[in-house]
Each structure stands twice: as structure tokens, then as C-alpha cells.
Ligand binder design. Structure first.
Ligand code: GSH
Length: 216
């Protein structure tokens, strides 16, 4: 399998951490997101969405980060991080879909305003963030309630659902995600952040120093 990715992006970090949790090995093709490599024909021939990441396994081309984690889990037969109990698997599917359809875009607003814009010497749009806050809080409360009384989202240990849902929050301090009212999310995120796969996929060492300096 070959993974096309840039380790600094949310969905690439998700897949790098996820493949590690799954125990999948793969070849790497690094692209430069900020240079726009993902918009070049050589890559859009693989992923016509011009989005990272993508996985190629012989003649099988797969894009969508959550699909990549499901495929790798199935291929390796890892039933710990992707259990085959129907209810747990459906619960994982639910959170993968929720992350992709709601949570990613929700948290991405903070990433764009408070991280990407700052890196590019632009100012966060505080009015936009204020307008967006009710959407964030409505969805964060759903995650907060789901984590009540449990350590992990879908099982008694980390599954690919935890990696998927944590990924959009991966730079939560820099993103300035308003997490004060969500103790369950904060405690769960600390557990995710203690996972070796999460620590090894830290995007910060891959961020150019001139961008990081903007947050000093
Ligand atoms: N649903 C897709 C989303 C992929 C996505 O949006 N990737 C971002 C990086 S995290 C990207 O490449 N965006 C293209 C761009 O910003 O031009 C997935 O989960 O793979």
C-alpha cells in the first residue's frame, strides 16, 4: 500500500495515526499541501477531489480518510481497533460518518481562522467565529454526552472511531477550540494524546519554523 499525504493536514494525521493503531505498514508519497501538490494533475488522477490523503493498493485506489482506515483494518483483520460485533461496528460507522459530515467542518472553521490564517499573516474573523460558536457547541455537546461514563467512544479501548473524531481537534490549543464546558471531551482527548500512534503522528515537527514562529 502507498499513502499519498502531507503529515500536517488533519485527515492525513488521522490516517497516519490510524494506520499505526491498526498496525498497517505502507510506502509513503509525501506531498506539500501548502505548495498545492494535491491540485496537480499527477495527484488529481489519483484523487479527483484534489484532497489529501489517498491510498493506492496495487490497482485499488481509495480516497476518503475514514474509508482508508476501514479498508486497512479489514485487510489486516484487526478486530481490536475495528471490532466485528455488529453493534460496535455500527457505532464506529456512525462516528466515522458524523466526523466526516459534521465535526470535521465544524472544527475546521477554528483551524482555518486561528491557525491557517495566522500562519499566512491574516487575521482571524472573530465575528465569523462568534456566529459559528452555536454550531460548535451543539455538536460538542453530542460528543460530550456520548463520552459520559466511558473512556473511549465505541469500546473499552481505542478504535478507529476515536482517531477519526479526535483528528479535527488535533491542534485544539492553537485552534482555540472552546472546550471549557466539556470535561469528558478534554479527558478523552488526553487519553487519545497519550496513544503512541497519536504522539508519533504529531504534525508540529512538520510545520515550517517560519509558520510556527507566528504563534510564539
Ligand atoms: N472527506 C475527506 C476530506 C479530505 C480533506 O478535506 N483533506 C484536506 C486536508 S485535511 C484537503 O486536502 N483539502 C484540500 C484543500 O484545502 O485544497 C477525507 O476525509 O479524506
Amino acid at each position: 500500500m502507498k499513502l499519498y499525504y502531507d503529515p500536517i493536514t488533519v485527515n492525513c494525521r488521522k490516517v497516519v495515526a490510524g494506520l499505526d493503531l491498526i498496525g498497517a505498514s505502507y510506502d509513503e508519497e509525501r506531498l506539500d499541501y501548502f505548495a498545492g501538490d494535491h491540485k496537480q494533475p499527477a495527484y488529481t488522477a489519483i484523487n479527483p477531489n484534489a484532497e489529501l490523503p489517498a491510498l493506492v493498493d496495487d490497482d485499488f485506489v481509495l480516497w476518503e480518510s475514514n474509508a482508508i482506515m476501514v479498508y486497512a483494518s479489514e485487510k489486516l483483520g484487526n478486530k481490536t481497533v475495528y471490532p466485528d460485533d455488529p453493534k460496535i461496528r455500527a457505532d464506529i460507522t456512525r462516528w466515522l460518518l458524523w466526523e466526516s459530515s459534521k465535526w470535521f467542518g465544524n472544527c475546521y472553521t477554528y483551524l482555518l481562522e486561528n491557525v491557517v490564517k495566522v500562519m499566512l499573516d491574516d487575521a482571524p474573523d472573530e465575528a465569523l467565529l462568534d456566529d459559528h460558536a452555536p454550531t460548535f457547541h451543539a455538536q460538542a455537546q453530542i460528543l460530550e454526552d456520548a463520552l459520559a461514563g466511558r473512556e473511549w467512544l465505541c469500546d473499552d479501548h481505542a478504535t478507529i472511531a476515536d482517531i477519526a473524531v479526535a483528528a479535527p481537534m488535533h491542534l485544539h490549543a492553537l485552534q482555540k477550540l472552546p472546550l471549557d464546558d466539556y470535561p469528558n471531551i478534554r479527558a478523552w482527548m488526553e487519553r487519545v494524546e497519550a496513544l503512541p500512534c497519536w504522539q508519533k503522528s504529531d504534525p508540529v515537527p512538520h510545520i515550517p519554523p517560519e509558520f510556527l514562529a507566528k504563534f510564539a
